[in-house]
Design a protein around this ligand. Structure first.
Ligand code: HEM
Length: 408
């Protein structure tokens, strides 16, 4: 691709950039139109923004995920934990950045157990949504993020894992600490909170696994230790790293699905009225929220061989970042891509990635979103935004609100 890119660096597509923080599509649209396959030489990565190309890359299971295979100095390499390079692959990273055969070895039993748990979780999730909304019901105004969108995913995953009620407060504190791992510009206090939380979660998971081995309960940790006992080839350390990955991968993202969705529906009263009048629209509303303002901007792969995309020759070991958010607004796929319409029929958005690394928590996130949006606007029919100017978080490559003050 010889055309000059309208974007100078990958970072300009993230919430670190004031223009993108305000409206990511102000940068993504011209990039997709003018330079859909672009090489950022500073970050040493390809940046791919057209739907067809994004889908082709994430669905290609011959590509690598682990940044260790990427060229020196490339963006993908930043995700490699240099301090743990001497450890075996399963003990230095989660499935998120792992390649086969280790990825399949660990993901297969975890997905099997998680999906079976999620399939029967709806009554529990409905009860968690109800309890959480009961907690704000008497207030004249509240922060939807702090009071509603943060607790729902944390309590849900705690119940699925089997966290004891008495430890729920601590578990929430540690979970909030663990997701600080997503923030590359932590304050020293945040880093200390993250490290203490990771250590506490590690100790707690060790304890929970021992308890469930001795006395199984109806929860995911019991399922996982039973699968280990039945021969699933994953160690305790690998299991703990991946239980932690469920918290890191799942909590903030689902918070943002709820927070971004509430804001969008408050800004689009006609859509909100349709949903309030017909709770059966909740599944479509969730898909449209994921498409229109999904929580995650990008994901990535590493080239395992030579290939060509959009006329550009790409080489083995090069990093490729795919802009999921841009793919979700591609007019080649979506009619009126910039319209928020919860009655869209097919919404094949890219917000959960694809291929063998497709988000393992997607069925759970969808279920939480559907449980929430099926009841929220019936329960708060007069809800208003206190301030229309959104307070977006400055977390690179995630889009979500710091606060969302609403008035009943
Ligand atoms: C709306 C909410 C969510 C969004 C938008 C989201 C998005 C994503 C994306 C884009 C990926 C990368 C996929 C790829 O590279 O192809 C991913 C992977 C992952 N997500 Fe989610 N996620 C969400 C919720 C969750 C939940 C609830 C959990 C845990 C219960 C979770 C756990 C994970 C894990 C462990 C991976 C790594 C999977 C692998 O590489 O095999 N996510 N997610």
């Amino acid at each position: 691709m010889t055309q000059k890119s309208p974007v100078e660096s990958l970072i300009q597509l993230s919430a670190f950039d004031p223009v993108s923080r305000e409206d990511p599509h102000a940068r993504m649209k011209p990039l997709r139109e003018q330079c859909p396959v672009w090489r950022d030489e500073t970050a040493k990565t390809w940046v791919v923004s057209r739907y067809a190309d994004v889908r082709a890359i994430v669905s290609d299971n011959t590509l690598w995920r682990n940044g260790i295979n990427a060229e020196e100095g490339s963006f993908a390499r930043l995700l490699v934990n240099q301090e743990k390079l001497d450890l075996p692959p399963g003990e230095r990273q989660s499935i998120l950045t792992m390649d086969d055969p280790d990825h399949a070895r660990i993901r297969t039993p975890l997905a099997k157990a998680l999906y079976a748990r999620v399939a029967k979780a709806r009554p529990k999730i409905d009860a968690i949504v109800k309890e959480t909304l009961d907690g704000v019901a008497g207030k004249k105004s509240f922060d939807l993020i702090e009071d509603v969108a943060i607790p729902i995913p944390i309590i849900t995953i705690a119940r699925i894992l089997g966290v004891d009620d008495a430890r729920l407060g601590e578990f929430r504190h540690w979970s909030e600490g663990a997701i600080l791992a997503l923030n590359p510009v932590r304050t020293p206090a945040e880093t200390a909170h993250m490290e203490a939380s990771n250590a506490a979660l590690d100790a707690y998971f060790t304890e929970l696994m021992a308890e469930r081995r001795a006395k199984p309960q109806d929860d995911l940790v019991s399922d996982m230790v039973a699968l280990q006992a039945a021969g699933a080839p994953l160690s305790d350390i690998e299991l703990k790293i991946n239980l932690l990955a469920l918290l890191i991968g799942g909590n903030l993202t689902t918070t943002d699905l709820i927070g971004n969705g509430v804001r969008l529906l408050l800004l689009h009263p006609a859509e909100r009225e349709k949903l309030a009048a017909n709770a059966a629209l909740a599944p479509q509303a969730v898909e449209e929220i994921l498409r229109y303002e999904g929580p995650v901007d990008i994901t990535g792969r590493v080239l395992s061989g030579e290939r060509e995309l959009g006329g550009c020759p790409m080489h083995k070991g090069q990093s490729v970042m795919v802009v999921l958010r841009s793919a979700n607004r591609d007019p080649d796929i979506f009619e009126r891509p910039d319209a928020f319409d919860i009655t869209r029929k097919a919404v094949p958005h890219m917000s959960f990635g694809g291929g063998t690394h497709i988000c393992i928590g997607a069925p759970l996130a969808r279920m939480e979103g559907i449980a929430f949006f099926s009841v929220f606007f019936q329960r708060f029919p007069t809800l208003k935004l206190v301030d229309e100017a959104p307070q977006w978080r400055t977390l690179p490559f995630f889009r979500g609100l710091e606060r969302l003050m609403v008035e009943v």
